[in-house]
Each structure stands twice: as C-alpha cells, then as structure tokens.
Design a protein around this ligand. Structure first.
Ligand code: HPA
Length: 233
C-alpha cells in the first residue's frame, strides 16, 4: 500500500530523494543521470523514479509548484516511505542586482509568506532553515566539482503574480538572494518529521534587472545543480 498521492510500494523509494517541482525534470534526470531507474509513481502524472548514481541508491520525485502541493509530497515521502534526506532542486528569481542568471544558491534559510507555515505556529514566525550537514556536504561537493555556489537566504512565496513594484524592497535590503515557491514548507515539515532538507536553486531570472536565462544557459546550469545534489545520496 502506498500513500494517498504516491502509489510506490514501501521500499521503492530511496532514503535520499531529490525533489524538483517539475515531474518532467525528474524524468529527465532519471533518464540521463541514473542507472537502472524505475518509475514508481504515475498518480496525477507526478512522476517519481528510483535508480542509482555512482552506485548509490537515490530517488527523484516531482512535487508540483507551490507550498500546498510540495507539502503533500514531502509529508508522504517522510511519513509513509521513511525518507531521510530531501533535496529540492529548482529555480528562483534573484532579487539582488549582482546575481546573474545561472548562478547556484545553496539556501541556508527560507523566509516566506506561506499560510501553512504561519497557521502551524499560531501566527508566530518559525525560522525555516536547511539542515547544516546537508548544506555543508553540498558545499564540499560543489567545491570538489569546481562549481561555484552562493550560500544565503531565500524567500518562498505563495503568489507568483503580484503587481506591487516595491514588493521585494525590504527583503532585498535584508539580504534575501532570491524568490521561489517551495523551500519554506519543505524545511519546516522535514524538521518536524525528523528528516533533513536542503534547497539548491539556480537563478532562472533576475526580478530586479529583468535578465532571463536563455534555454542553453538553463540547460548548462541545471546540470551543475543536479551534479551537486546527486552527490548527496
Ligand atoms: N517568483 C517565484 N518563483 C520563481 C520566480 C519568481 O520570480 N522565478 C523562478 N521561480
């Protein structure tokens, strides 16, 4: 028996799971980086795969966009399938003007506006942080692979579209590097359920300067982020 949104059998999912938002990115990585990958989930087309990388067992599971969808998969992966490490691999919009498209961020913490995160703490603000061990190992892996990374804080939002031109001013001033839509709830739930979590993000656009990635840039930098994440199995 699986969980409500995952049909994998117990044992089909590895202890370390990469969690991209896009299920087709999960398939791309399974097809191109993993050996002997099997697809264990087709429910809602939210594809998930398990295979090996350099001999180590690893899974990659799509979560969909946003914290509502992400929370469902993260909960079920940890509670039902006993996953121990979750590494988000995704993109973010940079809000610091000197951050270029293609740069890779290892997120130390995720501020945000997640309603779930506030409701759970009765309106107080929980500081959602990455697991230090995963963060440290990702940093070491990146150094070894000669892939530059930036360590810092990000913001997770429930609203992609917003018409306030000053929306990010304060966050920018307080050092937030980029904006995405999943990490805050990932960090919170992982901590609550005693799993480790990290987010590795590639800058896909710069909200301040308007710079956006070409498809070639997206492809190349996507590879760098994946290589770092796959080393964490
Ligand atoms: N906003 C939210 N999430 C994102 C963005 C953005 O501008 N770019 C990439 N992910």
């Amino acid at each position: 028996m699986g969980s409500i949104h995952l049909e994998a059998k117990i044992g089909d999912i590895a202890e370390t799971v990469l969690v991209p938002g896009d299920p087709l990115r999960a398939k791309y990585v399974a097809d191109n980086f993993l050996e002997n990958a099997i697809c264990y989930n087709n429910v809602r087309n939210m594809l998930g795969f398990t295979g090996t990388y350099k001999g180590k067992r690893i899974s990659i599971q799509g979560t969909g966009m946003g914290m509502g969808s992400t929370a469902i998969y993260v909960n079920e992966l940890i509670e039902t399938y006993k996953v121990k490490q979750l590494i988000r691999v995704g993109t973010c919009g940079a809000i610091q003007k000197d951050l270029k498209v293609g740069e890779i961020i290892l997120a130390m913490s995720a501020s945000g506006d997640s309603g779930a995160n506030m409701a759970y703490f009765n309106g107080f603000q929980y500081a959602a942080t990455a697991d230090f061990d995963l963060l440290f190992r990702a940093y070491q892996a990146a150094q070894q692979l000669n892939i530059p990374t930036i360590q810092g804080s990000i913001f997770s939002t429930d609203t992609f579209y917003d018409d306030d031109p000053h929306r990010w001013d304060k966050w920018k001033k307080h050092g937030i590097l980029g904006v995405e839509m999943e990490s805050q709830i990932l960090f919170t739930i992982a901590k609550r359920l005693q799993a480790k979590a990290l987010s590795i993000l590639t800058v896909s656009d710069n909200i301040i300067t308007g710079e956006a990635a070409s498809s070639k840039e997206r492809e190349q930098t996507f590879m760098g982020m994946m290589k770092i994440a796959l080393e964490l199995a």
